[in-house]
Write a protein that binds this ligand. Structure first.
Ligand SMILES: *[C@@H]1O[C@H](CO)[C@@H](O)[C@H](O)[C@H]1NC(C)=O
Ligand SMILES: *[C@@H]1O[C@H](CO)[C@@H](O)[C@H](O)[C@H]1NC(C)=O
Length: 213
């Protein structure tokens, strides 16, 4: 037990001192993340509330560190769509309160914006399931938003009517919930593949990804 505790501390120290530098510390980092994930799940599942003698200061420290980690993990999550072909295309912005499903077919990049349940697109796009960036579009996104890489904006809404029915995460779901479940993630990407096929985009789908805003 004492040995295990010592090992854990050594691992934490290694993480603090050499983060990212050595193979060992990488393994430490993934162990740490796995433990953190398991402990967080436990805390959430049991409806953890700070006990009466828990210091306010400790809550602030925990919140501060969770904010830091949330930002780091969010960036890591966004990287799932990076580096796709054609490389001349800028990466499309991922809508807040929604997500982007993307794939490359025959050197053309396609991204489909989706809004979380309870949100709706700010522009009507019922017949516009996805946007394209390719040589034909001058390696720009053929977006409704001029000039930039924004494909869609998701605003809070009681009813979702501006987009096609498949452009929303299912009731009770949002992008992260969907992404955390392999089957649901796959189902969203399969629907996107069907959307592409229905619009005459055929061929092998490469660099498929789902990212959450
Ligand atoms: C993770 O948890 C395991 C099992 O409880 C423990 O042996 C290990 O030392 C922990 N690792 C870290 C980095 O906290
Ligand atoms: C998180 O903390 C680390 C280490 O203190 C710091 O380098 C990093 O910039 C912080 N990240 C964010 C997103 O605040």
């Amino acid at each position: 037990m004492a040995l295990r505790t010592t090992q854990t501390w050594l691992c934490w120290l290694a993480v603090l001192l050499f983060s990212g530098e050595e193979a060992l510390s990488q393994k430490c980092q993934s162990d740490l993340l796995r433990n953190l994930t398991a402990n967080l799940q436990k805390a959430v599942d049991c409806g953890l509330e700070p006990p009466a003698d828990w210091e306010d200061k400790s809550t602030a420290l925990l919140l501060m560190n969770m904010r830091n980690l949330t930002e780091t993990l969010h960036k890591h999550q966004l990287a799932a769509c990076q580096g796709a072909e054609p490389s001349q295309c800028h990466e499309a912005e991922v809508p807040r309160n929604g997500g982007l499903a993307c794939a490359t077919v025959a050197q053309k990049r396609y991204c489909k914006p989706l809004c979380n349940n309870g949100y709706d697109f700010s522009f009507l796009r019922r017949s516009r399931l996805f946007d394209e960036c390719s040589e034909q579009t001058g390696f720009r996104w053929n977006s409704q938003y001029v000039g930039g890489n924004t494909l869609a904006v998701c605003n809070e809404a009681h009813i979702s009517v501006a987009g096609a029915s498949t452009a929303y995460f299912p009731k009770g779901q949002d992008c992260l919930k969907t992404k955390s479940n392999s089957l649901m993630r796959e189902s969203i990407l399969e629907t996107f593949a069907t959307d592409l096929k229905n619009q005459g985009v055929v061929g092998e789908l490469q660099h498929r990804c789902l990212v959450c805003g």
